[in-house]
Design a protein around this ligand. Structure first.
Ligand code: SAM
Length: 242
């Protein structure tokens, strides 16, 4: 799977995603993360990519043209025949704008995106990006939560991490996402490792019993209790579905 990240700060992204599990997936070629500097597409000699907003207001806005030229070059690099987004926003390659105004990212969206071969991620900075280029190239607006960050780079990294671990082969055990929080709408059950007693706290006896059916039953109950206590919103949704 290929991620193409359009950003003014590629240096923020490369070191983080070249570490640990995602770093290994990059090295083994399961995923590819290509950062593209929007500033390279500035059309003035000072490489300026932002300007004041029409109508006044504090802060600078990223201009449409460098973002659009960068996007075209990314699309041409992926599949020259894919075509660029037209004025109606149509394109065959998904282009995600990380924005606090998007739908909030969750595990279901991560699963859906993990089926794509290529994803273009657009990171804003300053006050954001000129609306006209967003209308023309963006297929999905995604937020990582109801708060405002200084830029889209951290949200892009969050998305890449969550999506990448669902790409087959990235985790050691392909089955492991199935047992994790959110997979079936519940939080995961509590887990324990050695020693059997730590600070006078024993591991629940059932986990030492070797009785797989009882262990499964206990884990299911714990997942339900935990979800009810910690995330009543998730529990209501789960109950509504089942
Ligand atoms: N003026 C914008 C607004 O009020 O909606 C916020 C701009 S923010 C300071 C700069 C950039 O950070 C945005 O263009 C976006 O790419 C990114 N960003 C900030 N918060 C985000 C969030 N919660 N999720 C995803 N991206 C975010």
């Amino acid at each position: 799977m290929n991620f193409h990240v359009m950003t003014l700060f590629p240096e923020m992204i490369d070191p983080v995603l070249n570490t640990s599990i995602i770093g290994r997936a990059v090295k083994s070629g399961l995923i590819n993360i290509d950062t593209v500097n929007i500033r390279d597409y500035a059309f003035n000699k000072h490489s300026k990519v932002d300007d004041y907003t029409y109508g006044g207001g504090a802060g600078m806005l990223m201009q449409a043209e460098p973002v659009y030229l960068c996007y075209r070059s990314v699309v041409d690099g992926i599949r020259p025949d894919a075509g660029h987004a037209g004025k109606d926003g149509s394109t065959r390659i998904r282009c995600i704008y990380l924005t606090p105004q998007g739908r909030v990212f969750d595990q279901e969206t991560a699963g859906e995106l993990s089926k794509e071969e290529d994803l273009i991620l657009l990171c804003g900075h300053y006050e954001g990006i000129d609306e006209r280029v967003l209308e023309e190239i963006v297929t999905d607006n995604i937020s990582i939560g109801d708060y405002v960050l200084t830029g889209g780079e951290i949200p892009a990294m969050v998305l890449i991490d969550a999506v990448s671990r669902l790409v087959p082969g990235v985790l050691n055990n392909d089955l492991s996402p199935e047992y994790e929080s959110f997979y079936d709408g519940l939080l995961e059950y509590p887990q324990y490792s050695r020693p059997e007693i730590w600070h006078d706290r024993p591991v629940p006896a059932v986990l030492l019993s070797g009785h797989h059916e009882n262990i499964e039953k206990w884990r299911r109950e714990q997942a339900i209790i935990r979800t009810m206590e910690r995330r009543p919103d998730l529990w209501d949704k789960y109950k509504g579905k089942s």
